[in-house]
Design a protein. Structure first.
Length: 226
């Protein structure tokens, strides 16, 4: 009598699927979504502002799947794709937040620029939105100097000015260690002196209203294009 040949799959506990040998553990694992996470991450990074939600999805989905791989519930073969997709998703969120130096203030978008004026010093300008509603810098609204501190952060140090759209200097004074110090002049929109705010400051506190305030309109001295 010819002995019965046992099925190798029942002996070894493996199953062949499309030429690949899978163990019971492999069969119990949930398929990875590395390709999907990667695609979402790339789209969010390339499209930027318009597809920001995809970056959030890639971030969350990637985090959950990586956790599932660590716990042995998801096929770890897609770990690299999932990690890259997650990083792209996070990157798109960071780029969106820091994009072009735009900061949402009071319901409008303000663009800023920084120019180095020497070792450890720079001039920062913030612009009004253009009349057309675009985000292209037009008139300067704020301009102030900053100094680099030993801890690597920047602090206001030196002259500072705030303009109105029609070229009147609404605020003008000097900062020391990030605080108003010395004579400060404040003006209303019509160009008149704001006596309630103008005066001598020390440590960001108004200590006297006797500081000299120039009369008449300041000349317009903004080098930004109109």
């Amino acid at each position: 009598m010819v002995p019965r040949r046992e099925d190798s799959r029942s002996v070894r506990g493996t199953v062949e699927v499309m030429g690949a040998t899978l163990t019971p553990m492999d069969l119990a694992l949930r398929p990875h979504r590395g390709g999907t996470v990667l695609a979402l991450g790339i789209l969010s990074l390339v499209a930027g502002l318009f597809l920001v939600p995809l970056g959030v999805v890639a971030w969350i989905m990637g985090s959950k799947d990586l956790k599932g791989m660590d716990e042995g519930r998801i096929d770890p073969a897609g770990r690299s794709l999932t990690q890259i997709g997650k990083v792209f998703g996070i990157g798109s969120m960071i780029l969106w937040i820091l994009s072009a130096g735009c900061v949402v203030m009071g319901g409008r978008v303000v663009k800023s620029s920084m120019t180095s004026i020497g070792d450890g010093a720079r001039t920062t300008k913030a612009y009004f939105p253009s009349e057309s509603g675009s985000q292209t810098p037009s008139l300067v609204e704020y301009e102030y100097r900053e100094a680099l501190r030993p801890d690597g952060t920047w602090m206001k140090e030196g002259p500072a000015v705030r303009w109105s759209r029609n070229g009147i200097k609404l605020e003008e004074g000097t900062y020391r260690d990030g605080k108003r110090d010395g004579p400060w002049t404040y003006r209303n929109e019509d160009g008149s002196i704001d006596a309630a705010k103008s005066g001598l400051y020390e440590g960001d506190v108004r200590i006297s209203d006797s500081a000299p305030s120039p009369l008449g309109d300041y000349p317009v001295d903004r080098d930004a294009p109109r």
